[in-house]
Design a protein around this ligand. Structure first.
Ligand code: SF4
Length: 283
């Protein structure tokens, strides 16, 4: 059933398109940002903070999450020039914090892990000071693929848990809750100094006890940073919004998560997994 958006989600109706020269730069380098793909309301704010999120490995996903607006289908082979192009954009935009993410590429032998590693190394070669965060898929649980990414030494490894385990069959049917938790735990086992992060969307039909259980599972997996934001349905064909969660409820979750030991928590309706990503590090 359609629910009109509450006041707190209407406040921020400002432009989410990037400036022409940035758009030109990215298109000349055949690059895509999640910011554009998701029509993110925080785009200008993030760019204003010299942070941005690049989507590598194409715009097509091999999975079928019902909340996600990324195209599904047969994906193209990775562009071998992409790592260098991302590095060029990071240098041109003087980014202080870059998030590198991708759709899930179950069609690739290593799930795209090698391409992630080459992109991390290319960015580092143009600016050692840029904080590199990668938001990775689950590589179907492959430890070898995860080791490839960890050994490229980004500063933060992010893998979104997205929702509560009870919602996985209808929201993330090709993912496995325990596999996503195990991935975050494995990162710390491979490199205990690596910072890990995860994110959850609220408003898909989960209950508070379920959400708090996810927080506690993430803490048990050694997760350092947490993001929680309101799910917004990209279209009527996607999973419906079951609830618009009040900002005070988000504030309550933030308090409880910090009390559980997360080093940094961003929780409010418009928070996205890369939103204010630089703040977690600055703390
Ligand atoms: S795996 Fe990621 S990109 Fe693919 S459909 Fe799910 S959320 Fe979207």
């Amino acid at each position: 059933m359609y629910q009109p958006k509450p006041e707190w989600l209407k406040i921020k109706a400002r432009s989410s398109s990037m400036t022409d020269d940035v758009a030109q730069l990215l298109s000349s380098l055949s690059l895509h940002t999640v910011c554009e793909e998701a029509n993110c309301p925080n785009l200008l704010e993030c760019f204003g903070r010299s942070t941005a999120t690049f989507m590598i490995l194409g715009r097509v996903c091999t999975r079928n999450c019902t909340f996600c607006n990324v195209s599904k289908g047969v994906a193209k082979p990775p562009d071998p020039d992409e790592p260098a192009h991302v590095a060029q954009a990071v240098a041109a935009l003087k980014l202080r914090h870059v998030v590198i993410t991708s759709a899930t590429r179950d069609d690739l032998e290593d799930g795209g892990a090698g391409h992630f590693a080459r992109t991390i190394e290319a960015v580092r070669s143009v600016n050692r000071k840029t904080v590199i965060e990668v938001l990775i898929p689950d590589f179907q649980g492959s430890t070898a693929s995860l080791e490839t990414v960890v050994s490229a030494a980004p500063r933060i490894i992010n893998h979104n848990i997205e929702t509560v385990p009870g919602m996985y069959p209808e929201v993330r049917p090709m993912a496995v809750y325990e596999r996503s938790l195990a991935l975050l735990e494995k990162v710390k086992a491979i490199d205990s100094s690596m910072l890990t992060k995860s994110g959850i969307m609220l408003g898909l039909g989960e209950t508070e006890p379920e959400v708090l259980d996810v927080f506690s599972d993430l803490r048990k997996a050694g997760c350092d940073f947490l993001t929680a934001g309101q799910y917004l349905a990209p279209s009527k064909q996607h999973h419906p919004v079951v609830e618009y969660v009040h900002p005070e409820v988000f504030a309550g979750y933030k308090e409880k998560a910090l009390a559980m030991g997360f080093r940094h928590v961003a929780a409010s309706p418009l928070v996205r997994s890369s939103y204010m990503a630089d703040q977690a590090i600055e703390k």
